[in-house]
Design a protein around this ligand. Structure first.
Ligand code: SF4
Ligand code: SF4
Length: 133
């Protein structure tokens, strides 16, 4: 995230609000903020395989250095949308980076609820509905 943007993942194992689960409503706002969509090294093989590309092809076609040059980011389009956003869908939803999967339950930022339509659900109910997997 060169600006506040897609966000800055902290500890992705930690649920920030253990009693509440925020269920993504696929509004796609977080796929349109300017900035890095961090791609971790261990995520590269599964995303490449999902797209039926070699790792080299995937890296050349869809990634760039992060703004801080400390790792890779997915590319963005000219309008700052993530390169993987296709209409209202993520092309790599099943294998999306942990930065994407972790928002807003594992990382977020002050004021995030003003820009994200995720719906608050009691954690127990979310678990019963299988939403937390
Ligand atoms: S901004 Fe929130 S509701 Fe919208 S796609 Fe991202 S996580 Fe889901
Ligand atoms: S990889 Fe998918 S979920 Fe993540 S920012 Fe791009 S379009 Fe959105």
């Amino acid at each position: 995230m060169s600006t506040a943007s897609h966000g800055s993942p902290g500890n992705r194992e930690t649920i920030l609000e253990p009693d509440t689960y925020y269920a993504c409503q696929r509004c796609t706002a977080c796929c349109k903020w300017p900035g890095d969509v961090r791609l971790e090294n261990e995520e590269i093989p599964r995303v490449a395989a999902f797209l039926d590309l070699s790792e080299t092809e995937f890296l050349n076609r869809y990634t760039r250095l992060r703004t801080n040059r400390q790792g890779l980011s997915l590319l963005e389009k000219e309008n700052h949308e993530c390169i993987m956003l296709d209409g209202n869908s993520c092309r790599i939803h099943a294998v999306k980076p942990s930065q994407c999967a972790g928002f807003p339950n594992r990382w977020n930022f002050p004021g995030w609820r003003q820009v994200c339509e995720a719906k608050a659900i009691p954690m127990e109910e979310a678990r019963q509905r299988g939403l937390t997997k």
